[in-house]
Design a protein around this ligand. Structure first.
Ligand code: KG4
Ligand code: ZN
Length: 358
């Protein structure tokens, strides 16, 4: 009998609850979006996110349980990375529910959820789940990285962004062009009408051998162009959107296929909100074919933040390890580089020229 898990997600600006089993079957998937709350600010305001989670969490939970209408074996909740104030709403709600029903509680890394989302089955149509090992391109508002996933509990970072996440670049470019928030879907739509050859924006880090990314230079190039031509008609706006998207997509797509080749892996999974981008999906599929790489692109509801992916990752984790204690964290403890140690503790900055700590 598969284990059935209630998943709860509140790491950023979506309050979500879902019931899923270890086979990936989704029995309910409820998402309350806060886009309208944050849109006037052009980005997520942490304090407002926490307040909105508090308002939505009980109705969202009730709806997910009502729709699934089945016995729950365990509760899984996102414990990081994310906004700590937002995470705590989901964690405390999950804890309260688990205590009231005497159920085990599992903490799930949000990124593991995104990486496993391609295994979810939302309807009866059976699409082949990715085989392990696979390479995953995780591109969202907060994260951009390439992973090697050996099994549901083992992943390693192959490369990651050194500055902005891809979704952040979409959002910032949309903001500086006055296109509203979130920027990804608007630019995706405009890019379909524009000429991607209109502007020669940079494709950062494309020719470097590593699997890292950088998008702040591309964003600055667009910002300079926009500042130099403050008035534009619809055609000019669409051309900028298409050219920007092409540069960003080309880097993501080519480096993803290159990572598959370097790892000797024939399966590529896309995940995160930016994986909804039509230009990215098309370009990855185009490059994958001659490389003999099979691409798994989850449905859009599984790409953007949701609790089904958390319930599924939690179900697999619970089956393998049981309900272990967990703590809340704002940054991914599994980052291989950066200013955080693998256990999530901060590495103090060294002054230039100062001796290295023993
Ligand atoms: O995964 P997600 O829902 O939340 C995070 O964990 O960040 O991703 C949200 C991000 C936003 O930056 C949004 O602009 C971007 O995904 N996004 C897109 C598209 N749909 C959402 N970016 C490009 N094209 C899209 N169609
Ligand atoms: Zn996410």
């Amino acid at each position: 009998m598969p284990t059935t898990v209630l998943g709860i997600e509140s790491s950023c600006d979506e309050t979500a609850a879902s019931v899923v089993d270890t086979d990936g079957r989704v029995y309910s998937n409820i998402v309350a979006s806060q886009i309208a709350t944050h849109a006037p600010y052009g980005g997520v305001v942490p304090e407002l996110a926490s307040r909105a989670h508090l308002t939505s969490i009980v109705p969202v939970l009730e709806a997910a349980l009502r729709e699934a209408d089945r016995k729950i074996d365990a509760v899984a909740v996102t414990c990081g990375p994310g906004l700590v104030g937002a995470l705590l709403i989901g964690i405390q709600s999950a804890r309260a529910f688990a205590m009231a029903r005497s159920l085990p509680l599992v903490g799930v890394n949000h990124l593991d959820g995104h990486l496993l989302a391609a295994n979810l089955k939302f309807d009866e149509s059976e699409t082949a789940a990715p085989e392990y090992p696979f390479v995953a391109l995780l591109v969202s508002g907060g994260h951009t990285a390439l992973y090697r996933v050996d099994d549901p509990l083992t992943r390693s970072v192959l490369g990651q962004t050194r500055d902005d996440a891809a979704g952040e670049a979409f959002d910032k470019v949309a903001k500086l062009m006055g296109l509203g928030y979130p920027g990804g879907p608007v630019i995706d739509r405009l890019a379909a009408e524009g000429d991607a050859d209109a502007h020669d924006f940079p494709m950062p880090m494309l020719h470097r051998k590593d699997h890292d990314f950088s998008f702040s230079g591309l964003k600055t190039a667009v910002a300079r162009h926009v500042a130099a031509q403050p008035t534009r008609d619809d055609k000019a706006t669409a051309d900028i959107a298409a050219s920007f998207q092409r540069s960003l997509v080309e880097v993501l797509a080519r480096k993803s296929i290159r990572a598959c080749k370097a790892e000797g892996v024939k399966q590529l999974v896309l995940g995160g909100g930016v994986a909804a981008n039509r230009g990215l999906r098309a370009r990855v599929l185009e490059l994958a074919k001659p490389a003999g790489v099979h691409v798994h692109v989850p449905p859009i509801v599984a790409c953007t933040d949701n609790a089904a992916m958390i319930a599924y990752a939690g179900a697999l984790r619970f089956d393998a390890l049981g309900a272990e204690p967990f703590s809340v964290f704002s940054r991914d403890p599994a980052r291989v580089r950066g200013r955080f140690r693998p256990d999530g503790t901060l590495i103090p900055r060294r002054k230039p020229g100062a001796a290295k700590a023993p």
